[in-house]
Design a protein around this ligand. Structure first.
Ligand SMILES: [Zn+2]
Length: 413
């Protein structure tokens, strides 16, 4: 039995607590109370003391198989960037994906990132996640816009997922129909039906670029002419929907679906995306590709749980979620609408990201019954004011980490 005490505990879902402690039993938080009382109640417990204790960070959107990639140029816009990515991926094989991802998983732990919402296109990544110490959700990616390939894609997915007994590991499976321009509406519907029947989480990239907006609105633009015809050599005629990407998927968006990006969102789209489980904000990726910030304050004010993710190094540059926290903090006054509070940024990277990967009942905050996935931290200046402590943590970043506990176990690096 362990007793983790701190001058300040940041539960995230409740106000900060001074001179408090938690008791860990069987990997879970069994008690949360004053340090004095818990030390008296559990005198035999081994004590670890830190200036601050907080939940481990959760990166709500990664493509871990691409960990070995460098950032690709976005010159020419989104479609040119994605064509560069498609060409880069052709050079890689499963073994290389797996090696890069395994290395990155070790790095994530060192950074205090205890869970990922990872999208995978190569089934080898299911094995990588199955053996990973992290508590992740592995979203199996579905890409098929043509009607004739739909059945095969669903069958392959079922076969790959059936190879693992996910109840035995820390990873849970999910599905990720890729985007509205790479997945037919019929496949979206079928994936959703399967996910609901098997209690799997769903996520999709939505409204990431102006090119996507143009395609869905009018069936034309760089995605139609350059990605479909020239690069993929596919004769795809996207039927213009004369609406926004959010409106295009409106009937499929509910609590079973997490939306990634949502940069090209109008005020009237907010009502639609408010029905989603969460929206994942990937600021460095969005700024690299389109130079824009999603209307995050408007989403928060509309009651949408906004999570934080890095996306892949191909757009963000790395998979370090602390850099994402720092980016939002640095630009917190520049977002459309209003300033983002530091405490809101920390909430994004913990409880909201856990929600986005369908695991908020298990972790993401310091509460009785949740997994003891925790960070012992030295933030420099301590304050029991939510926003001041969040500012100090974000500014300190990974350098402030003193210890990482996963399932109640102290990690050794
Ligand atoms: Zn992505």
């Amino acid at each position: 039995m362990k007793l983790l005490s701190a001058d300040l505990i940041l539960p995230i879902t409740h106000p900060p607590r001074k001179d408090s402690a938690i008791v860990i039993k069987a990997g879970k938080i069994a008690e949360l109370g004053s340090r004095k009382n818990l030390k008296k109640k559990f005198p035999q417990a081994e004590e670890f003391h830190f200036p601050l204790l907080m939940p481990g960070l959760v990166n709500a959107h990664t493509h871990l198989e691409l960990s070995g990639l460098k950032r690709l140029s976005a010159a020419g816009g989104f479609t040119d960037w994605i064509i560069r990515l498609v060409r880069e991926k052709r050079k890689w094989d499963s073994a290389r994906y797996a090696r890069a991802a395994q290395k990155e998983i070790k790095n994530q732990l060192r950074l205090g990132i205890t869970s990922l919402g990872d999208v995978l296109s190569d089934p080898v990544m299911l094995e990588v996640h199955h053996q990973s110490p992290l508590f992740s959700t592995a979203f199996y990616e579905l890409i098929e816009i043509r009607e004739q390939g739909r059945k095969l894609k669903m069958e392959l997915m079922k076969t790959h997922l059936a190879e693992f007994n996910f109840a035995l590991g820390r990873t849970k499976p999910g599905l990720s129909p890729h985007t509205p321009y790479t997945v037919s509406r019929a496949l979206f519907q079928e994936a959703r039906k399967f996910a609901v029947a098997h209690e799997l989480g769903l996520c999709t990239h939505l409204a990431e670029s102006e090119d996507e907006l143009e395609l869905i609105q009018s069936g034309s633009g760089p995605i139609a002419t350059r990605l479909y015809s020239q690069e993929l050599l596919m004769d795809i005629k996207f039927k213009p929907a004369s609406c926004s990407p959010a409106q295009y998927l409106a009937d499929l968006i509910d609590r079973n679906m997490t939306l990634i990006h949502c940069v090209e969102i109008t005020d009237s789209d907010l009502e639609i995306i408010a029905k989603a489980r969460a929206v994942v904000h990937c600021p460095r990726s969005n700024l690299h590709i389109s130079g824009k910030l999603a209307p995050i304050p408007k989403m928060i004010d509309a009651g949408i749980p906004v999570a934080l993710g890095t996306d892949s190094p191909a757009s963000a540059g790395d998979t370090n979620l602390w850099n994402e926290l720092k980016k939002v903090y640095q630009l917190r006054k520049e977002y459309p609408g209003r300033e983002i509070k530091p405490s809101e940024i920390l909430k994004m990277a913990t409880i909201n990201s856990s929600r986005a990967i369908f695991r908020d009942t298990e972790f993401g905050s310091i509460e009785k019954g949740k997994l003891a996935n925790l960070i012992g931290f030295q933030p420099g200046k301590l304050s029991d004011n939510d926003d001041q402590s969040a500012s100090a943590i974000i500014n300190a970043g990974a350098a402030g980490i003193q210890a990482v506990f996963l399932n109640g176990e102290l990690q050794k690096f």
